[in-house]
Design a binder for this molecule. Structure first.
Ligand code: GDP
Ligand code: MG
Length: 582
């Protein structure tokens, strides 16, 4: 198919606005799949269960328009905040997007984030209202929101129902008439953008590539610009949406490449592939590897499961190159790993996949963010430049006297809500140490708020609380906003005077008292009573902020003695004391 008849596009939307359903309808309409098969592109079990899309999946469709066959490459993207790197990565292979908005719930936080991702990449945006079949759909109002937020003209907005399959033809026509064909050249040397990878048990790493220049054939020898490794191409295929093997991919096409890559760490997202004998070529674009934001320790339930868990983590990270893995050991939990994730949902999805796909049931510690600490200058750290340290494990927090200044990661949060929930939402943000940056009305009764928030305040239950206090109507999205200076302390937890680092945390000074109280009360409930008294203490900088005692079971070892024999009584009590010390 000539380049002029190729269109590469993505569907972007807030979660649950109907991307996957629309993708199904497009596949059906173009005959790629049979009618009535739902959510074809959501392949993972966790995606089906949670009804969210985690990994971007692609499909190539053939559609006849005006007597000619067009090749439409659809890239389904995840809409959730944690996975925005998957979205931007998919966009780098597109010339246009369908911006899908639920005609009932209207523009949401993720719609705004996605719009700006597409807008910033100079893509053609086709605005589409979905779910117009719903009784409460209000297309006029949502069109007005699109106009006031993004300057989108109401006439350019399509109205569809992905569920009923109405308006699908109009979308296909808009894709062909509004989105330009890719700027590619088939007559020059081969260069392709690697924008996703997955792991296949039999064929190893499969990379999804967008061929921008030239062509590539099975048997060719190719090279990665980033790693300088050479590979021989074993298989090439296009996704319709099932894999169809081909012998050649040409510029403008999207396809899967199987070469002898061993681990997905070799498949750098954003890398350029070219023929091995063509070293002097420029890369297609620089890449920004996804940066993990949330860290947690993962340990086997007991050490006999260590090898199995390691295998499962290795296989899962092959498929998800955004997860970082470091070895970690803990006196209480043994050998394990410290994993870095893009966000909390990413962590949850990962642990759910560990369970479902590999039957692993690990212990996962409370998530933490990465703090930046400037140490007081010493001869040694000035000499070797180790005066700045990054810490995501409370166990490694430096001693108070060695610290010059602490910094914590911040995000810029966007919240869209009906204005009747404004009061509780503003209180929530203040309680989480947020600073308001902006408040805009997007129509008569809807507001968009922007807050500077510490990342650690939102990773645990911010999103859930926001949903609860707004009866589910407020939506939230965030982007990374660098490090800010902050007063942090390590809240150490001691059991009978012994430090237990697995329970310790890094907290803001203003919150240390509350968190100290909460933690010791919680531990008092959780730790079972023992033969001896247990003192639970939370302390910061050597000062005890909260304390609770768990009373021992009383066992009267002298009960069986009827008076009299003092030496025997003393002996038993001494034995009991020795036991308690132990
Ligand atoms: P995604 O998260 O954007 O991929 O959204 P899904 O495609 O998973 O859809 C979310 C929910 O909306 C599902 O329950 C769909 O059945 C429903 N849905 C999608 N499109 C429509 C539509 O046009 N009308 C109605 N009434 N429901 C829809
Ligand atoms: Mg989906």
């Amino acid at each position: 198919i000539p380049v002029e008849r190729i269109r590469n596009f993505s569907i972007i939307a807030h979660v649950d606005h109907g991307k996957s359903t629309l993708a199904d309808r497009l596949l059906e309409y173009t005959g790629a799949i049979k009618k009535g098969v739902n959510q074809v592109l959501d392949k993972l079990q966790v995606e089906r269960e949670r009804g969210i899309t985690v990994k971007a999946q692609s499909a190539s469709l053939l559609y006849k328009y005006d007597g000619e066959v067009f090749l439409l490459n659809l890239i389904d993207t995840p809409g959730h905040v944690d996975f925005s790197n998957e979205v931007s990565r998919s966009l780098s292979a597109c010339q246009g997007v369908i911006l899908l908005v639920d005609a009932n719930s209207g523009v949401q936080a993720q719609t705004v984030a996605n719009f700006y991702l597409a807008f910033g990449s100079d893509l053609v945006i086709i605005p589409v209202l979905n779910k117009i079949d719903l009784k409460n759909a209000d297309p006029v109002r949502v069109c007005n929101q699109l106009r006031s937020l993004f300057d989108i003209e109401p006439e350019s907005v399509l109205k569809v129902s992905a569920k009923l399959g109405t308006g699908i033809k109009e979308i296909l026509q808009a894709i062909i008439t509004r989105i330009p064909s890719p700027q590619v050249d088939r007559s020059t040397a081969f260069r392709a953008l690697l924008f996703d990878s997955s792991y296949d048990r039999y064929r190893g790493v499969l990379s999804l590539i967008y061929v921008k220049y030239g062509e590539v054939c099975v048997g060719d020898s190719i090279k990665s610009y980033h790693t300088k490794n050479d590979y021989e191409i074993k298989t090439l295929s296009v996704l319709r949406p099932d894999e169809v093997p081909v012998n050649k991919l040409v510029a403008g096409q999207i396809g899967l490449v199987g070469c002898n890559m061993r681990s997905s760490k070799e498949a750098y997202i954003g890398d350029t592939l070219h023929h091995s004998n063509n070293d002097a070529l420029e890369p297609l674009q620089g890449f920004h590897p996804a940066r993990p934001m949330v860290f947690a320790g993962i340990y086997p339930m007991d050490q006999s499961q260590h090898v199995n868990l390691r295998g499962a983590i290795e296989k899962l990270t092959l498929n998800d190159s955004a997860v970082t893995v470091d070895i970690d050991t803990s006196p209480a939990l043994g050998h394990g790993w410290r994993l870095g994730f893009l966000g909390l949902l990413h962590l949850e999805v990962f642990s759910q996949r560990l369970q479902q796909e590999y039957g692993a049931e690990p212990i996962i510690t409370a998530p933490s963010v990465t703090y930046k600490i400037k140490l007081k200058p010493t001869k040694q750290n000035m000499k070797d430049g180790t005066d700045i340290v990054f810490i995501n494990n409370p166990a490694n927090f430096p001693e108070n006297h060695a610290i010059e200044e602490c910094f914590e990661p911040m995000v810029l949060g966007t919240i869209i809500t009906p204005d009747k929930y404004l009061g509780p939402i503003i209180s929530l943000c203040m309680e989480r140490r947020g600073v308001q940056k902006n408040a805009t009305n997007i129509d008569n009764d809807r507001v968009m708020l922007q807050y500077d928030l510490p990342l650690c305040e939102i990773v645990v239950d911010f999103h859930d609380t926001l949903k609860t206090i707004s009866s589910g109507y407020a939506s939230f999205d965030y982007e990374d906003n660098g490090y800010h200076s902050s007063s942090l302390v390590k809240l150490a937890i001691l059991l009978n005077g012994t430090l237990v680092d697995e329970l310790s945390s890094i907290v803001h000074v203003t919150k240390s008292q509350t968190i100290a109280r909460r933690t010791v009360c919680k531990l008092k409930d959780i730790i079972p009573r023992q033969m001896v008294q247990i003192a639970i203490q939370a302390s910061a900088n050597g000062k005890v902020l909260a304390r609770e005692n768990i009373k021992p079971y009383r066992k009267d070892v002298t009960a069986k003695l009827y008076g009299g024999d003092v030496t025997r009584r003393m002996k038993l009590l001494a034995q009991q004391a020795a036991g308690k010390r132990k």
